[in-house]
Design a protein around this ligand. Sequence first.
Ligand SMILES: Cc1cc2nc3c(=O)[nH]c(=O)nc-3n(C[C@H](O)[C@H](O)[C@H](O)COP(=O)(O)OP(=O)(O)OC[C@H]3O[C@@H](n4cnc5c(N)ncnc54)[C@H](O)[C@@H]3O)c2cc1C
Length: 515
Amino acid sequence: MNRKEILDSLESHSPTVLIVGAGINGVGAFRDLALNGVDTLIIDRGDFCSGASATSSRMAHGGIRYLENGEFRLVREAVQERNRMIQNAPALVKPLPTTIPMFKLFSGLLNAPLKFLGWLERPSERGALVIKIGLIFYDAFTGRANAQRAVPRHQFLGRTKSLTRWNRLNPLIRFTATYYDGLILSPERLSLELVIDAEKEGNHARALNYVSLVGVDGNTVILRDETNGQTFNVQTKLIVNAAGPWIDPTNRTLGLSTHYIGPTKGSHLVLDNPELREAIGDHEFFFENKDGRIVLIFPLFDKVMIGTSDIPIDDPESVRCTEEEVDYFIEMVGRVFPDITVTREQIVFRFSGVRPLAYTGSAKTTGQITRDHHIREDKLGKIPVYSLVGGKWTSFRAFSEQVTDKALAFLGQTRKADTRNLPIGAGADAAALRTLPNFTRDEIIEMVKREKVVHLDDLLLRRTLLGYLGQLTRPLVEQMADWTGEALGWDAQRKKDEVSRTVEILADRHQVRLD
Ligand SMILES: Cc1cc2nc3c(=O)[nH]c(=O)nc-3n(C[C@H](O)[C@H](O)[C@H](O)COP(=O)(O)OP(=O)(O)OC[C@H]3O[C@@H](n4cnc5c(N)ncnc54)[C@H](O)[C@@H]3O)c2cc1C
């Protein structure tokens, strides 16, 4: 069904489950419920995958450093899920060799057990021995050398071999370790393919972007179509609050007072620096600064992505990548590749997002707050409200399975299909991952129609990688507005408005100026 058909259908046909928020956690649950025949509506006040899920570091990873917090269950699950993503979505998630440069042998040896016991206030740089122990665990979680093993085991190199292999590395390093994680080439596309897969299950699966939850009246939920401001009512048996960093405000809209989320901000830069791009090859460099914070430098097509910060915040709306963060990232690259110059002029895109971490008054640093996921349940009259707290992109499928199992039990239904080995985006057109702006008119028109594009920025920032890779120019944006308008029946004024909207978003959120 297209957008109008879905909106019309809601007048006579209310969903059994309403999911609020179409980031990866909402979308994952949507697919699993759809697969199990549950009548489900998912809404997002913006585009699909436009919240936290669009601002991640794009790593499908177990999170080796969480071992230090004693989070063995989480790491084991995330490593298994990483493998599944590589196997189930091979066009979109690739094995990513990850190299850790190390400057010390022993550092962190005492810290790790202290941290594990919760006695250490601040993290510090980990030395080679601690990293070696962590990687042995990590490999063990990946499994034996059989068909299930999606990535190779880790490898340690001493200084001489490391500098031969990585000749631009800081000569002060003492070791490097290389292990494997996964790179999610386009989280936005992966989420969208899940939505499309779910809708293929039948008309019981309905997905709407640009529809907000705005209120509640008894057992009736009030939604608003953000394209025209019209409100409408739906009734449902179960609400899944998958609003990520906005879980608490969303619960407040439902009349529930919760404090589940303690958000932290993280930013990234995308750089056009061919020298650095060549120096890292196809490897991610993953390392720590002196106070133990993680920095990553990694290849994103022909560009280099650098991240990320982890800063507690109050207001998830206003996060932006600041000049201080840029200074910090540039300084960190200099620590590992000291003779490669990085300048602000090389930045082609910046982005900043909010981790929807579980609220905890007791964690000593942001890095120590768990990335594990759980469901909190409240009641709106007789209607259960499940809030999906925490989680990682990587473990979305396992979290969705947990949500679906709970929903099926509540509805008195049994599971008839599961997602462990289910391919994602079987119909996906690999062309959508093309990075150069040489799409044809017909390709764009088809993409706009197939992929629920509502605004021009949906196409430029989420259906394609043109924005992230700094490939947008004003003539290109205008060309794309013409083709999108052709597909959606826009008049000249609407096209102009859409171009202005895109230019504004690029300038405000990504510090990209087109003129
Ligand atoms: C900087 C950063 C780096 C990260 N790096 C990684 C990584 O490398 N690997 C990894 O596995 N994980 C990573 N994560 C974690 C991961 O991205 C998040 O845990 C995950 O994306 C959260 O998804 P979500 O669906 O819960 O939230 P979101 O993606 O934020 O989705 C919530 C949605 O709810 C919508 N919404 C809010 N209010 C309403 C309303 N009233 N009505 C309708 N819709 C509403 C929003 O528009 C939004 O789209 C990172 C996160 C950040 C921020």
